[in-house]
Design a binder for this molecule. Structure first.
Ligand code: NAP
Length: 253
């Protein structure tokens, strides 16, 4: 039956940056659909753990700083040790640095590209190797952005990284679908999280943004849950290499 295809019972999902915002929403959504969660991040994961456990599923918290690729092997090893297998990877952790391009520093450039792109690639590679070893296929969901499609304002490194995430999603999907690994992305619109707090605190930018969203409101992490469950599920078996906007109509405008 069609609703059964959305169920994630018995699946294990690694979600990076699961301690807050969109990552927390995705972790809870996947758990509600039946998956156990490996919550990867550099900050306290206890709030997400409680929310996941309230659904009856488990959450393994893994401390890792994804600014470098150093923790990647450990993330896969400890996930498999705890749960026996992995089925879903959500590359959600990301940072944004705001400064005019004319003044943008090398450190902010490297930190942004390392976190938002380099780690995404190498963690995907490590997960795909494990999926291939298991012989069970897998799902990789990258978190892209409106700035995978648009230029943005004073965020040159972020736009570069998120535009590349959309390209990488296509590139990996072409290579890995033969191993039954679907690679897709979600491009959230303007979502009320830590990431967008400076925009929401700036009255002028906030009203400009709100005035351009056809849905007439900022999104919430809960708005992203449905797309994440869909792309993680058997219902999306024939969806591959696509970046799905969940943006209240922002891109359609
Ligand atoms: P958020 O609450 O700031 O979440 C970002 C997450 O990434 C946090 O859990 C953060 O951990 C984690 N993270 C950042 N750098 C890390 C590192 N070096 N190691 C481990 N974890 C790290 O903001 P969000 O809006 O939910 O962002 C989640 C994703 O959605 C990001 O990729 C962002 O670019 C993307 N996105 C957001 C929006 C939006 O409107 N909010 C729109 C499009 C795309 P800490 O809590 O420790 O910082």
């Amino acid at each position: 039956m069609i609703l059964d295809m959305f169920k994630l019972d018995g699946k294990v999902a690694i979600v990076t940056g699961a301690n807050s915002g969109i990552g927390q929403g995705i972790a809870v959504g996947l758990a509600e659909a039946g998956a156990d969660i490996v919550g990867v991040g550099r900050s306290d994961m206890s709030e997400t753990k409680k929310l996941v456990e309230a659904t009856g599923r488990r959450l393994l918290p893994l401390k890792a700083d994804l600014l470098s690729i150093e923790p990647i092997d450990r993330i896969i090893e400890e996930s498999v040790k705890e749960f026996g297998h992995i089925d879903i990877l959500v590359n959600n952790a990301g940072i944004i640095k705001r400064a005019p391009a004319i003044d943008f520093s090398e450190k902010d450039w490297d930190d942004t590209l390392n976190t938002n792109l380099k780690t995404v690639f190498f963690l995907s590679q490590a997960a795909a190797r494990q999926f291939i070893k298991q012989g069970s296929g897998g799902k990789i969901i990258n978190i892209a952005s409106m700035l995978s499609f648009q230029g943005g304002i004073i965020v040159p490194a972020y736009t570069s990284s998120k535009s590349a995430v959309m390209g990488l999603t296509r590139a990996l999907s072409n290579e890995w679908i033969k191993d039954n690994i679907n690679v897709n992305a979600i491009a959230p619109g303007y979502i009320a999280t830590k990431n967008t707090k400076p925009l929401r605190d700036d009255e002028k930018r906030s009203s400009e943004i709100l005035g351009r969203i056809p849905s007439g409101r900022w999104g919430t992490p809960a708005d992203i849950m449905g797309a994440a469950v869909f792309l993680a599920s058997d219902a999306a078996a024939y969806v591959n290499g696509y970046t799905l906007a969940v943006d209240g109509g922002w891109l359609a405008r």
